[in-house]
Ligand binder design. Structure first.
Ligand code: NAI
Length: 319
């Protein structure tokens, strides 16, 4: 199989001074990309700043014969990060939104500041950086965007209401950008990593932590960003040298009334709850149009119940 290359392409990786972002930057550079290594150099909680982490990775790339420049801005100043790419390399092809911090606290004790900083860095930061690259993507009819979500977002995690909601917000952002970019060859996907890093060092047991190497995730992100990869709007979980795709699925559900003249009472809902929540024939809906189409089927079913009114009193599942 021919080696996948990024020669001539320009890749921004945010939060690339450490952890996952560092391994992404190293891999892209090793395959010919010009890389902007963005990192604010903050603490795990988002305090402080240092040029050291971005500089170290840039140096590492250059020592390996690759091309990279550092950028030390916060992702909230995304336009400055993209300007660094344009100034240094004259174009921008890929944005890997990876920068992230934690401010774990139980929901009861969450302050506005703890909520806002997490949403700002993860959601607004990813939005600002991607939006600054978007006009270039539209013009050149090519672009690749990665957002970084988390199992904490997909499934929830104690003490992470700020982080999990931000991480799920990125899934919503990716869903819409995948639609807006599709016709211009701009593809957006979400990576859900699990990796040993400073964010997880006191959470994951040491033996498992050792195995969760960020280098095992980087090739998945690399592939999603390659021009021949047509994946778009997907959530890809990766860890340990394994990767899989996640979907939101919905049950077939159940009609709660038989015809237009009937109301839906709370008791109807109670009576049919096991059918509403029966996931045995659950499926994924591919678009908002498909979801609306399914509701039109419900409408047709209730209409037909209307014409059968008085005869058909059996609640139908599958609409
Ligand atoms: P890390 O702490 O090793 O790296 C994150 C980097 O982002 C740091 O170098 C930090 O200085 C930088 N950063 C923080 N705020 C920034 C800002 N405002 N602007 C620019 N850079 C900033 O963490 P790790 O584990 O490599 O995480 C990378 C991403 O993956 C994060 O978005 C994290 O939420 C996500 N993630 C990580 C998981 C894991 O198992 N490590 C699990 C799920 C998601």
């Amino acid at each position: 199989m021919q080696e996948l290359r990024f020669d001539g392409r320009v890749v921004v990786v945010t939060g690339a001074g450490a952890g996952l972002g560092r391994t992404y930057a190293l891999l892209f550079a090793s395959r010919g990309a010009n890389v902007v290594v963005n990192d604010l150099g903050s603490s795990r909680h988002g305090d402080g700043s240092s040029r050291n982490s971005a500089d170290t990775v840039v140096q590492e790339i250059r020592e390996n014969g690759g091309k990279a420049v550092a950028n030390y801005d916060s992702v909230l100043d995304g336009a400055k990060i993209i300007n660094t790419a344009i100034d240094a390399f004259g174009r921008i092809d890929v944005v890997v939104n990876n920068a992230g911090i934690l401010r774990d606290v139980s929901f009861a004790k969450m302050t506005d500041a703890q909520w806002d900083i997490i949403h700002n860095v993860h959601v607004k930061g990813a939005m600002k950086t991607t939006q600054a690259a978007w006009p270039y993507f539209l013009k050149q009819k090519y672009g690749r965007v990665i957002f970084t979500s988390s199992n904490s977002g997909l499934y929830g995690n104690f003490g992470q209401s700020n982080y999990s909601s931000a991480k799920m917000g990125l899934v919503g952002l990716a869903n819409t950008l995948a639609i807006e970019g599709a016709r211009k060859n701009i593809y957006t996907n979400v990576i859900v990593p699990t990796a040993g890093s400073r964010l997880t060092e006191d959470i994951i047991p040491p033996d498992f932590f050792e195995q969760l190497k960020p280098e095992l995730i980087a090739p998945v992100v690399f592939w999603l960003c390659h021009e021949i990869c047509t994946e778009n709007g997907s959530i890809i979980e990766a860890a340990l040298g394994w990767a899989g795709k996640c979907h939101i699925i919905r049950s077939s559900g159940c009609t709660l009334r038989q015809n237009f003249s009937e109301d839906v009472t709370p008791e109807n809902v109670q009576e049919n709850w096991s059918k509403v929540t029966d996931m045995t024939s659950a499926k994924r809906l591919n678009s908002i149009q498909e979801a609306t189409g399914e509701l039109l089927n419900v409408l047709e079913n209730i209409k037909s119940g209307d014409s059968l009114s008085g005869v058909n009193h059996v609640l139908r599942s599958n609409y």
